[in-house]
Write a protein that binds this ligand. Structure first.
Ligand SMILES: Cc1cc2nc3c(=O)[nH]c(=O)nc-3n(C[C@H](O)[C@H](O)[C@H](O)COP(=O)(O)O)c2cc1C
Length: 193
């Protein structure tokens, strides 16, 4: 697939079938994350991949445990792939996907979020090329802000001083791919003189 085709074929998927992705595909997705641009070339972000559906659901529920809906008035994300914003009955912020990659970065680093999201973008594009559905999910801090969250980070040997910046969930789509929203044309300007 040509790069532009991959970019346009990627969608945030929130409906998954009960089928795990292959470990070799996961490794390729992580390799793509590892080659992302990163501020100062410091390679500070790290990925912890959870390739276990039950544990993913456990963390997905932690992701929604303190979801504050009070600032969502009027927000709407997707009809075809409703998000936790659209549907308050969703209790698993990872939408029953079988795999999640948690991205951690040094908490006192100015570009921690930018670094993490470059990594995530590389991962979702690689997943698309492999025919694997994905979605970037936020609320990294809140997800691990508990005794259980800290216990898991310790178990995974995430260095102290690191905090979660976000997630990439991975699996196989249940149903059809959604349509891309039409793109605004006023977001691009080319200046030549
Ligand atoms: C910074 C960022 C945070 C996001 N957080 C979430 C999230 O927590 N939950 C979710 O379902 N989707 C999340 N998304 C996915 C967006 O909702 C999605 O990219 C957007 O609706 C456009 O749809 P598309 O990705 O299919 O083009 C996030 C995307 C970005 C870039």
């Amino acid at each position: 697939m040509a790069l532009m085709d991959i970019i346009k074929a990627r969608h945030s998927i929130r409906k998954y079938i009960d089928r795990q992705i292959k470990r070799e595909d996961l490794e390729k997705i992580l390799e793509a994350g590892n080659y992302a641009p990163n501020a100062g070339g410091g390679q500070r972000s790290m990925m912890v991949a959870i390739h276990n559906k039950e544990l993913v659901a456990h963390i997905g529920k932690m992701n929604m445990a303190h979801f504050d809906r009070t600032h969502l008035a009027g927000s709407f994300v997707s009809k075809e792939q409703p998000s936790t914003i659209d549907d308050p009955t969703i209790k698993n912020g990872f939408y029953d996907a079988p795999t999640v990659v948690c991205v951690f970065c040094q908490d006192n680093f100015m570009f921690k979020t930018a670094d993490a999201f470059c990594m995530m973008e590389n991962m979702v594009l690689q997943a698309t090329e492999l025919g694997i559905a994905s979605c970037i999910v936020s609320r990294g801090y809140e997800t691990f802000d508990s005794v259980e969250g800290k216990r898991l980070m310790e178990e995974w040997e995430v260095p102290s001083g690191y905090a979660c910046q976000g997630f990439v969930i991975l699996g196989y789509i249940n149903g059809e791919n959604p349509q891309s929203k039409p793109r605004r044309t006023d977001r691009i300007k080319i200046v030549e003189k």
